[in-house]
Design a protein around this ligand. Structure first.
Ligand code: ADP
Length: 316
């Protein structure tokens, strides 16, 4: 009989845990600080304690749990359950998280990249329900994606598939990306790129509302608020960002011919300010047949996609 599962979404700042039933309902959830600066053992111990607390609070025993799934922001070897590299969680390199948690709880444990988990969540219980070919994109500090092709999650030859943020938009002398190369979509259009563009306009002497609204920093959120208050410079920034992402995704649409692209992540909370220019550009620039087949929609599960998707790594 199918039982409940635990999904755990590990981020640079917080770890989210949830008990999830077979219909994707969250029965209990909790958040604890990651505190990566204390070393990975500290975080792992915190996670173990939180699982015990989850069991206690929900009056469950471990034998009512099918398994525990983890999502990490980085490269994860799904087969061995080892976190290879998580750039935003210092100290997490070659950490055998699945074995460490299995040794404690004696249930199956799986781990994968967090955006892939989000894609599984949206595919099963969110905006991608019923789709066979789907791309789930997150736009935040970086740009990542989970790819579903013919109903299956694509991991690639070395678990590195889905790095849409590193589709190249410029051949020479583009902006420097965190990956070390230049000209990547992420270097043109992620959260930090939005802020960099906004600061450039200020340096260039443009009068803007977001300059007054900054508290004290300029963030994509502040620029979004300024755009909603009709600041033409802020609106222009989202138009340009939408165009960059739309052009990058046009190449991906030509390659994979998905029926849906789900856009999530913090910056996607800007809604139509980003989605409208993105969709218009994508439809204009993708090849006709693939471009007209694809629908661009906002994510549905919000910040619960990660825990729900992580739980789905465990087979029922
Ligand atoms: P991370 O990639 O670090 O996990 P998130 O996906 O949570 O980050 O995205 C965080 C970013 O989203 C921040 O830069 C924040 O300013 C931005 N953000 C939050 N809300 C909005 C909004 N309504 N419009 C645009 N950007 C937003």
């Amino acid at each position: 009989m199918k039982k409940n599962k635990i999904g755990i979404d590990v981020g640079g700042t917080n770890v989210k845990l949830a008990l999830i039933d077979r219909n994707g309902n969250i029965l209990y959830q909790n958040t604890v600080p990651t505190r990566a600066e204390m070393g990975y053992e500290y975080t792992v111990n915190n996670i173990k304690q939180s699982v015990y607390e989850l069991l206690k609070e929900t009056k469950s025993t471990i034998d009512t749990i099918d398994g525990i799934g983890f999502g990490f922001p980085g490269q994860v070897d799904y087969k061995s359950g080892v976190v290879r590299l998580a750039p935003n969680i210092p100290g997490w390199a070659d950490i055998p998280i699945a074995k460490m948690i299995e040794d404690e709880f004696h249930v199956p444990v799986c781990a994968d990249n967090d955006v892939r988990c989000a894609a599984l969540g949206e595919l099963n219980f969110g905006a991608g329900a019923g789709c066979e070919n789907l791309i789930c994109v997150t736009v935040g500090t970086g740009i990542g994606a989970g790819l579903i092709v013919n109903g299956r999650l694509v991991r690639g030859a070395s678990n590195a598939a889905g790095e849409i943020g590193h589709v190249k938009l410029q051949m020479h002398e583009g902006p420097l990306c965190g990956c070390g190369d230049t000209g990547c979509m992420e270097a043109f259009a992620s959260g930090p790129a939005i802020v960099a563009m906004a600061e450039n306009y200020i340096r260039g002497g443009k009068s803007t509302k977001y300059r007054e609204m900054a508290n004290p920093e300029i963030t994509p959120f502040v620029i979004c608020e300024a755009a909603k208050a009709d600041d033409p410079v802020a609106i222009r920034i989202f138009n340009v960002m939408g165009e960059y992402i739309g052009i990058g995704l046009a190449s991906v649409v030509n390659l994979l011919n998905p029926e849906k692209i789900i856009i999530g992540g913090g910056v996607a909370d800007a809604g139509d300010l980003l989605l409208k220019p993105l969709t218009e550009t994508l439809k204009k620039r993708a090849m006709k047949i693939a471009g007209s087949a694809v629908e661009i929609v906002p994510a549905q599960l919000g910040n619960t996609a990660g825990v729900i998707g992580a739980s789905l790594l465990i087979e029922s």
